[in-house]
Design a protein around this ligand. Structure first.
Ligand code: FE2
Length: 114
């Protein structure tokens, strides 16, 4: 990001940040998914504590990933000189599931038809 900023290209710096966030949110998503699987093999207080934490946070983590991917895609497209949707449909439609994210992404197709 600093290299892109120093090069005087704030748009490129923004894409670098977005890429880093997608990587971080992808790992975050995987970790919470793994915790969900692990919880199902626990019992007693451990299970309750981790299940409560998982139930509280996992939907938010899904949302982080889908929204970040949408922003990154649109920043890239804009940088390539292609039509971009900002804010991305994932953000506008408050996407929280993989199915909704796929539908939001697909909805872009109708946004540029004449
Ligand atoms: Fe996250």
């Amino acid at each position: 990001m600093e290299m892109a900023q120093k090069a005087g290209d704030p748009d490129a710096a923004q894409v670098v940040v977005a890429e880093c966030l997608v990587l971080a949110e992808t790992k975050d998503h995987l970790n919470w998914e793994l915790m969900g699987e692990a919880v199902s093999n626990l019992t007693g207080d451990e299970r309750k504590t981790l299940k409560d934490a998982h139930d509280e946070v996992e939907d938010e983590e899904d949302e982080h990933l889908y929204h970040t991917k949408g922003w990154t895609r649109e920043l890239w497209l804009e940088g390539l000189g292609l039509p971009a949707v900002r804010p991305p449909p994932e953000e506008e439609e408050d996407v929280k599931t993989a199915i909704a994210a796929a539908k939001a992404k697909d909805s872009r197709k109708t946004m540029f038809k004449k």
